[in-house]
Design a protein around this ligand. Structure first.
Ligand code: NCD
Ligand code: ZN
Ligand code: ZN
Length: 347
């Protein structure tokens, strides 16, 4: 007999993009009315790097959220970061130092490159001492030997040696490998010491390269285009396997990343998929298909909080079986799985 109802501890989303202004007001409610906390990524057009901008950004999010919702603030790692700045950010309540290396993703132009990380060990030492998290978008753009641009589908695995170096040089630093999308990086995280974990998205479990690109590597469906790009069927399987494996190193980070439809339809579509309205429904579907529904709660409500050193949320949410039609778009942003019928809903 199929379960009709699932009551779980209130979940956390350990990786989300809210943007700012009107877009923020439109998208925050999808997260803030369900999740207890969410890591708000600071990759705004002018990246969040100071305590003043982090505070103002927190306020912008809090102002339109229910009291129960607590954003976890991040600051971006750009060239001008110093240990002193980290101490200030920490005092202002910033929990995460985030690195998106230049050119790897949306609003990343100021991010330091992976091969420069070794020059920032004192910064990372300060992050560790402050009990903060180092969150990394692990992709390499240029082959260090040839200088050639690396094809998008190989960028994540090419970053693994740099991660290995980082893990050995910055021992004990809590590192989150964001949106792990290949079997190789998942194996890396599994074998790494306790202080290395990863977030997993729903879209990397459900989309593969062929859904996004044609045989020439041109973008076919900009609305499924994200970074890191969706990979092979085997990588997808690896994401699903580890997601449902009850391994505390792997927890939920939606990477919900809204972009306006007209921008997505341009010649150079920005990377990012807006998944916030459907993530829990899709996770139910994945975990149920794998016959691991009883493990969903650990993945969304426990492992992330534990790795971050946060108390578990006290509240509960209820998921009910029942068909609903996902709207195609919301306020000019296409919703992942829009116009499809899903089976689970948060009530
Ligand atoms: C994110 C965005 O749009 O901000 N895009 C994406 O494709 N994931 C940035 C990021 O997380 O890399
Ligand atoms: Zn990223
Ligand atoms: Zn992201």
């Amino acid at each position: 007999m199929k379960i009709k109802k699932l009551i779980i501890r209130q979940p956390d989303d350990m990786h989300v993009h809210f943007r700012s202004g009107l877009m923020l007001q439109n998208v925050v409610p999808f997260t803030a009315h369900i999740f207890g906390r969410a890591v708000a990524m600071g990759n705004l057009p002018v990246p969040i790097t100071t305590l003043e901008t982090a505070r103002a950004y927190r306020k912008e999010i809090k102002d339109i959220s229910p009291k129960s919702f607590n954003p976890i603030m991040s600051a971006m790692m750009t060239k001008d970061i110093t240990p002193e700045k980290i101490r200030k950010l920490h005092k202002a309540g910033v929990k995460v130092l985030k690195l998106i290396p230049a050119s790897t993703s949306t609003n990343s132009s100021e991010g330091i490159a992976l091969n420069e990380l070794r020059n920032y060990l004192p910064v990372l030492e300060t992050v560790k001492k402050a009990g903060m998290i180092f969150s990394i978008h692990a992709e390499l753009i240029h082959n260090p030997k040839t200088g050639k641009e690396i094809p998008e589908i190989q960028r994540e695995e090419m970053a693994i040696p740099f991660l290995g170096h980082l893990v050995s040089k910055a021992s004990g630093l809590k590192i989150v490998v964001e949106h792990a999308s290949t079997r190789k990086i998942i194996e890396f995280v599994k074998k790494a010491p306790w202080n290395v974990a990863a977030t997993l998205t729903t879209h990397h479990a459900l989309v593969n390269y062929g859904d996004v690109f044609d045989s020439q590597g041109r973008i076919l469906n900009p609305f499924l285009y994200c970074k890191p790009v969706a990979k092979t069927a085997d990588d997808q399987e690896a994401v699903i396997e580890v997601m449902t494996s009850d391994n505390p190193k792997f927890f939920f980070g939606s990477d919900s990343a809204p972009h306006l439809i007209w921008k997505k339809n341009s010649d150079e579509p920005p990377a990012g998929i807006f998944t916030a309205p459907v993530v829990l429904s899709l996770l139910c579907k994945i975990f149920e298909r794998e016959k691991k529904l009883e493990r969903l709660e650990n993945f969304v409500s426990r492992f992330g909080a534990e790795f971050y050193g946060l108390p578990l949320n006290k509240g509960k949410i209820t998921l009910e079986r029942g068909e609903w039609l996902v709207p195609e778009e919301f306020e000019g942003v296409k919703i992942f799985k829009g116009e499809e019928i899903l089976q689970w809903q948060v009530v």
